[in-house]
Structure formats: structure tokens, C-alpha cells
Write a protein that binds this ligand. Structure first.
Ligand SMILES: NC(=O)c1ccc[n+]([C@@H]2O[C@H](COP(=O)([O-])OP(=O)(O)OC[C@H]3O[C@@H](n4cnc5c(N)ncnc54)[C@H](O)[C@@H]3O)[C@@H](O)[C@H]2O)c1
Length: 425
């Protein structure tokens, strides 16, 4: 089998997780790793050598790496400020790109990425791994099978207490700290928004129209750094980034989306993914699928909540063991690849979803297939960041550009959930 000669641009924290998935997939051969911090590139090369027996070449300049190694593909795992520019450098050289997620800084960056893609037609996939996750794919499959009726509302969050990662950013040479000091926006929208946009066929018959954001003040990081050793220099810093940013997005076909950036108050991790239709709902935090059989007829049903409270249900619902009942739908609706998942895959990055995303990327690249999370998805989702920054500054709603130049009306749905490699029979 022809191997995909692969290089890594960026050898920070995430590259190690990504590397773990890439190493286990036969299709990839990692020939180079690059980071301006040489020690980071050396560490990633060591990791590849230890786990695969083969050592990628080490670079500190991605252009030099592209020119010398002429790879088939670049996995761009660099920080938000530079990942689009590096991807453009690769695409201009005909090197296929798998680009990690993050928000955009301005409109030019987004339009330039699209322009270079359209000019070069170099394959590009946006690495929004949550689009490959079990829960999101189950929900998508239920939606596609009409189980929830017409979808009217979806919501989600990036709910992750990352105060430590942010605050120690200077010590770990991580990019989030400077962003939290200097900007106030929904800086990480894609983990929840990506799967929602796929369900709502954004860029494929539907599009985001406008958004409005509201934010809390910024207090939690300031308190966090007060008594931490080594962070004395941050004691008087006023972080611009709000503790909570809520954003409402309207869609052309009438749906409403809300997303929340929630990264500096104490909490447990959750994407709080929820899909609401006229006949049912999916609610990830409780692993819950609820189907309304009789469309809010008089109901005799009650249900017992985990705390013992008994509630009366408004409709005749199928699946009365409502909490943690999503597994009841696996046989019929979960894509086959997830039904057959092995322990080895589950133990890989982010419970297996990283592995699936790289299996799909390799399949599309080697067989000339259209990428299921493409450049138009990338910019539509990433643009939310600079648009929320604008909305928070002015207090006003802002329009969301159509990066497909009107083509979204003609583009056909391309569902991860229906890809033959994910749902093979
Ligand atoms: N999909 C996910 O689940 C997930 C999880 C974590 C991070 N990420 C994304 O991965 C990216 C990296 O995150 P991280 O936590 O590893 O950050 P990091 O700061 O640890 O690593 C980024 C690295 O990129 C390097 N870099 C900068 N310019 C470069 C260039 N021109 N060429 C090569 N490397 C360059 C930096 O020096 C740094 O070492 C971010 O975009 C982040 O949003 C995604």
C-alpha cells in the first residue's frame, strides 16, 4: 500500500496526542517534524522513534522542511496565530493539509484560506475530531433517520476548566495565556459547533446568518494566579477574556444555535451537546435520547429523576428509562465502526475519535475523495471567533459571511455518519 509521507508542523502538547493516532494507522509514514523550538521537535522525533522504530527528520523551519522532504501531507498542529499561514504555505506547494482547530483572528485569514484552496485544489481537512465522536455521530444518525423530526435548536459548550494550562502558558511556551490577556471572544467554538453545523447542513443547503454574543466579567483567572508560585508577575494583570461567553447564532433555514465558552470557572469537562427537534431530543450530558411518540398528547407517564424526584412528562415518550438510555439505540443507529471499536482504539487520543478522524483523512487522501470536514466548514466555524469579538465590543449582532460565495445552496450533504469507511456494511 502506498504510504502517505507525512510531516508535523508544531510539536507541542497536541502533536503528541495526534502522533499517537497517526502512528497506529498503517497508511501514514511520518518523515519530518518541525517546531521553532528545536527541543520540542526533537522530543516528538524521539517519541516516533521509540514507538515506531523510525525517526522523522527534525526541522525548525516549516518551509525548509516542505522544500527538502516534499511530503504528501502536513499535519498542522501549531498555535492559533500561525496555523492558517502554515497551511497556506503547504497548500501552495501541493502538500495536502490536515489543520488543527482554533478560532480565526480576522476575515482576511478566512477568505485567504478559501482562496488558496480554490486556486490550488490541494486537499484540506479541518481536524475537528468531535465530528467523529461516538455521541455526536449517534445523534447525527438519529437526526438523519428522522427520529427527532425537524431540528429547530442545538446547543453546546466548550466546558473545560483550563486555568492551569492558561496561567502557566509562559512557562510551558503555550499560546493560550497571551490570548486570554489580550482578547475577549468565543476563542474556541469548533468542538461543539462543528458537529452541530454538520447536523444542520451548514454550507450544504443552509448557512449561518448572524450572531450576537454576551459575556460575563473576567475574574476567575485573576483570582487563580494570586497565590500560585511562579505566577507572581501575573498578579496585577487584567485578563481581557471573560469567564463566560454566550453566543446565539441564527441559521438561514430557521434554526437557532447557542454555544458557550466556559474555560476559567471550576467545572467538569463537558461539551453539553444538545439537539432539539419537533419530535425528540438528544442530550449528551445525560446520554439521553428522548422520542415523543404522540406529539404532546395528554400523558399518564411519570419519571423518576436521579435525585428521586418524580416528574410528570408532557408527552408520551419512547424510552422511559430516560437517563443514560442512549445505548439502547446503538444496534440500530450507531455507525458500524463505533459498534466494532476495540479497546486499543478507545485508549487512543480522546477516546478513539482522533483515530477515526485520521482513518477518514487517509481514506479521502489516498482515494481522491471529498473531505467530510472541508475548508468551507473550517472558515465558517473559525470565523465565529473574530465575529464574537466584534459583537462583544459593540454589543450588536453581526452578520456571518458566506464563504462559499452562494454555492452552499447547491452543495450536497456530505455526512461523516454515512461515510462508507465509518458505516461499512
Ligand atoms: N482537536 C483537539 O482535540 C485539540 C486539542 C488540543 C489542541 N488542539 C489544537 O492544536 C493546536 C496546538 O495546540 P497545543 O496545545 O499543542 O499548543 P502548543 O503551544 O503546545 O504547541 C503549538 C506548537 O506550535 C509551534 N509552532 C509555532 N509556529 C510554528 C511553525 N511555523 N512551524 C511549526 N511549529 C510552529 C509552537 O512553537 C508550539 O510548540 C491548537 O490549534 C489547538 O487549538 C486541538
Amino acid at each position: 500500500m502506498k504510504k502517505i509521507r507525512t510531516v508535523f508542523c508544531g510539536c507541542g502538547h497536541r502533536a503528541f496526542g495526534t502522533g499517537r493516532s497517526v502512528m497506529t494507522i498503517d497508511a501514514y509514514e511520518t518523515v519530518g517534524v518541525c517546531d521553532p523550538y528545536e527541543d520540542k521537535a526533537v522530543s516528538l522525533a524521539d517519541e516516533f522513534e521509540e514507538k515506531t522504530g523510525s525517526r522523522p527528520a527534525v526541522y525548525t523551519d516549516h518551509i525548509k522542511m516542505f522544500e527538502e522532504l516534499k511530503p504528501d501531507c502536513a499535519i498542522v498542529v501549531a498555535n492559533w496565530e500561525v496555523h492558517v499561514a502554515i497551511s497556506i504555505d503547504a497548500m501552495r506547494r501541493g502538500i495536502a493539509v490536515a489543520m488543527e482547530v482554533g478560532g480565526a483572528y480576522d476575515e482576511d485569514e478566512c477568505f485567504e484560506l478559501v482562496r488558496v484552496y480554490e486556486e490550488t485544489k490541494t486537499p484540506f481537512m479541518f481536524l475537528e475530531n468531535c465530528c467523529f465522536n461516538k455521541d455526536e455521530l449517534l445523534a447525527t444518525s438519529l437526526v438523519r433517520n428522522g427520529m427527532f423530526g425537524r431540528i429547530m435548536y442545538c446547543s453546546g459548550a466548550y466546558g473545560h476548566d483550563i486555568r492551569e494550562e492558561i496561567a502557566y502558558g509562559d512557562k510551558t511556551r503555550h499560546y493560550r495565556l497571551r490570548n486570554y490577556i489580550n482578547r475577549n471572544c468565543e476563542n474556541y467554538p469548533t468542538h461543539e459547533l462543528g458537529p452541530i453545523a454538520k447536523i444542520l447542513n451548514i454550507n450544504r443547503g443552509n448557512r449561518f446568518v448572524s450572531l450576537i454574543s454576551r459575556a460575563s466579567g473576567s475574574q476567575s483567572l485573576h483570582e487563580y494566579v494570586q497565590d500560585k508560585e511562579g505566577l507572581e508577575y501575573l498578579k496585577d494583570v487584567q485578563f481581557k477574556q471573560a469567564d463566560i461567553v454566550e453566543t446565539m447564532i441564527t441559521c438561514e433555514n430557521g434554526e437557532l444555535i447557542t454555544i458557550r465558552l466556559d474555560t476559567t470557572l471550576p467545572r467538569l469537562y463537558s461539551r453539553e451537546f444538545m439537539v432539539r427537534g419537533t419530535k425528540g431530543m438528544y442530550w449528551q450530558p445525560n446520554n439521553m435520547v428522548l422520542i415523543d411518540d404522540n406529539n404532546f398528547s395528554e400523558s399518564k407517564h411519570t419519571m423518576t429523576y436521579p435525585d428521586g424526584t418524580v416528574g410528570r412528562l408532557a408527552g408520551d415518550y419512547k424510552g422511559l428509562s430516560l437517563f443514560a438510555n442512549s445505548a439502547e439505540n446503538y444496534d440500530e443507529y450507531l455507525p458500524k465502526m463505533w459498534r466494532e471499536v476495540t479497546q486499543e482504539i478507545l485508549e487512543q487520543g480522546h477516546g478513539g475519535m482522533d483515530y477515526f478522524e485520521f482513518v477518514v483523512f487517509a481514506d479521502c487522501l489516498l482515494n481522491g475523495k471529498e473531505m467530510p470536514v472541508d475548508v468551507y466548514d473550517a472558515v465558517a466555524w473559525m470565523s465565529i471567533t473574530y465575529l464574537t469579538e466584534r459583537s462583544l465590543k459593540t454589543g450588536m449582532p453581526v452578520n456571518i459571511p458566506d464563504f462559499t460565495h452562494g454555492e452552499y445552496k447547491n452543495r450536497k450533504t456530505l455526512d461523516v455518519v454515512e461515510l462508507p469507511i465509518i458505516n461499512k456494511n
